[in-house]
Design a protein around this ligand. Structure first.
Ligand code: 8YV
Length: 315
């Protein structure tokens, strides 16, 4: 039997590429110099799309694949997949939840600690001889015992809140409704109340058109000049213009960001700011998690073509 044709939107590590190539007839869109011509040529035979969280699959890509049955996302976020186009054609969608939760929460903690304690500057202080020349590194703000807010108490937000409890923090969260699995944390229905409460505001919401710019100028200003916003979700959840303005004026103390509008390009104004920690969208980027994500992506495709139920369906 011939192997099903799949469209691969972005690269994967070699340990994923090899088994993918063995199981499927893989059409590598990311290697094409002319994506439109590539899609016109190969789209008609494609039965599945293998993509990544931040790359997704837009309406044009889906339309170019008339025999498309399933989209498998390497990532928990599927906001970049046009779900309406999928629903209209009964195309299944899968993602890779759970396997990445702990690592994403860990990076959130690392970003908070790194930025609050000025670790990047401290490293430079040692390397460039400032320590020997000028003495003690400037004092920074503590983390433990302060107030934290988690905006979106899903899988990742829950693990973030759990870790914050370990820092003896006063933890509150905001979500559509209070969660019965979070009895120890204060529920605040209004994200603005959460921002006012927070020295550290974690953005852990699954992105959708409903959450776009939910972290707006009012929320950012409510976190305030002593506060920090940590975004490990999607850039679209935060109004970047308002964020850059508040970081520039000091209305917001600092930020730590793993995601950017238009990434991997980013607004050059971020590079001018010394109160923001910039990370290259790698919260799930450990060898262990990426291997698990790759396996789950393939297992979903295999299950689909075997006629079994999808392991982690979105649609
Ligand atoms: C990316 C992500 O998929 O899980 C998500 O939603 O955005 C990430 O895990 C990862 O960076 C690989 O591209």
């Amino acid at each position: 039997m011939s192997k099903p044709s799949i469209l691969q939107v972005g690269p994967y590590p070699a340990w994923d590429q090899e088994p993918l190539d063995q199981a499927f007839d893989v059409k590598r869109l990311f290697e094409a110099s002319d994506a439109t011509a590539f899609l016109s040529k190969h789209g008609p035979s494609v039965r599945a799309i293998a993509t990544r969280g931040e790359l997704g699959a837009d309406a044009d890509m889906i339309a170019a694949c008339p025999k498309l049955e399933v989209i498998s996302v390497y990532g928990v976020g599927y906001d970049a997949v046009d779900l309406e186009a999928c629903r209209a054609r009964n195309i299944r969608v899968t993602n890779t939840p759970d396997v990445l939760t702990q690592d994403v929460a860990d990076l959130g903690m690392a970003m908070m600690l790194c930025q609050s304690r000025g670790m990047i500057g401290a490293e430079t202080w040692v390397r460039d001889g400032s320590w020997a020349r000028e003495g003690l590194y400037p004092l920074k703000r503590r983390v433990f015992g302060r107030k934290a807010g988690v905006l979106g108490l899903g899988r990742i937000g829950f693990e973030v809140a759990k870790r914050l409890t370990g820092f003896d923090m006063d933890v509150a969260y905001s979500d559509i409704e209070a969660k019965d699995y979070a009895p120890d944390w204060t529920f605040m229905a209004d994200p603005l109340d959460l921002a006012q409460h927070s020295d550290f505001l974690f953005v852990t919401l699954a992105a959708s058109e409903h959450t776009r710019h939910i972290v707006n100028a009012d929320l950012i200003n409510a976190v305030g000049p002593e506060g920090m916003i940590i975004n490990i979700s999607r850039a679209a959840n935060v109004d970047e213009n308002a964020l850059i303005a508040a970081l520039g004026s000091g209305a917001l103390g600092s930020a730590a960001l793993d995601v950017f509008e238009g990434e991997p390009a980013l607004d050059p104004r971020f590079l001018e700011l010394d109160n923001v920690l910039l990370q290259p969208h790698h919260a799930s980027g450990t060898i262990e998690t990426r291997k698990a994500m790759g396996k789950l992506l393939r297992d979903n495709l295999t299950a689909h073509f075997a006629g079994d139920g999808l392991l982690t369906p979105v649609l």
